[in-house]
Design a protein around this ligand. Structure first.
Ligand code: GAR
Length: 220
């Protein structure tokens, strides 16, 4: 099996990177993780990546004068290892249009809300504030518009009375860890691809590949 060469960009804890690394331990998973890049030194995600035997690079944004120069260095590192798909996994920097355009259709993100609701940060706090009853996470292609690219797949997480931002974040994170490796496999097996403003699917891709509903508490 030819495996898709995937690089992962992180800024912190790296649990979504860990979920991808665990998936990639399965010899049948169609992905090889060729690089993990962190824009911050000394983050937990770097230790986790090393534990998984992955190649890591710290490309510290504070060492560059401009965002553009930092991203050029990231780009060079990605190109050097033959990256075919870039996965943002808690990468907490807005990317310049030049970087996004050069990876168009080959750059995805996992976001902790049901997009297009709650773009940006503090999604769980804002979901609770608004009183929505269903929250979740989305995997999407990245465009220059923040959290605005074509949605690939989503997982819905019910909000329970008594939820705090933390309890909700934990349940959404579990959903992210299921959704992201699944979506990366769909791309690696060419079942899903970027089609400009939308996402094209192979004929065999059905709702069960794209829309997940986490059970209501007490129903699992
Ligand atoms: C995840 O919840 C991810 O969806 C979110 O940050 C967290 C990173 O956790 N990403 C964003 O908010 C990007 N806009 P992790 O470092 O443990 O994967």
């Amino acid at each position: 099996m030819t495996k898709l060469k995937v690089a992962i960009l992180i800024s912190g804890r790296g649990s979504n990177m860990g979920a991808l690394a665990r998936a990639a331990m399965d010899p049948d998973y169609p992905v090889e993780i060729v690089l993990v890049v962190s824009n911050r030194p000394n983050v937990a995600g770097l230790d986790l990546a090393i534990e998984h035997g992955l190649t890591v690079r710290v490309i510290d944004h504070t060492e560059y004068d401009t965002r553009r120069a930092h991203e050029a260095a990231v780009n060079e590192a990605l190109e050097a290892v033959g990256t075919e798909l870039v996965c943002l996994a808690g990468y907490m920097r807005i990317l310049e249009e030049e970087f996004v355009n050069s990876w168009k259709g080959r750059l995805i993100n996992i976001h902790p809300s049901l997009l297009p609701a709650f773009r940006g940060v503090d999604t769980h706090e804002r979901a609770l504030e608004k009183g929505v009853r269903i929250h979740g996470c989305s995997a999407h292609f990245v465009t220059a518009e923040l959290d605005g690219g074509p949605i690939i797949a989503q997982a819905a997480v019910p909000i329970t009375p008594g939820d705090t931002a933390q309890t909700l974040a934990e349940r959404v994170l579990d959903a992210e860890h299921m959704l992201y490796p699944h979506v990366v496999a769909l791309i690696a097996t060419r079942k899903i691809r970027w089609a400009g403003q939308s996402v094209a699917h192979a004929r065999e891709v059905g709702v069960k590949d794209l829309a997940f509903m986490l059970p209501l508490p007490g129903q699992n």
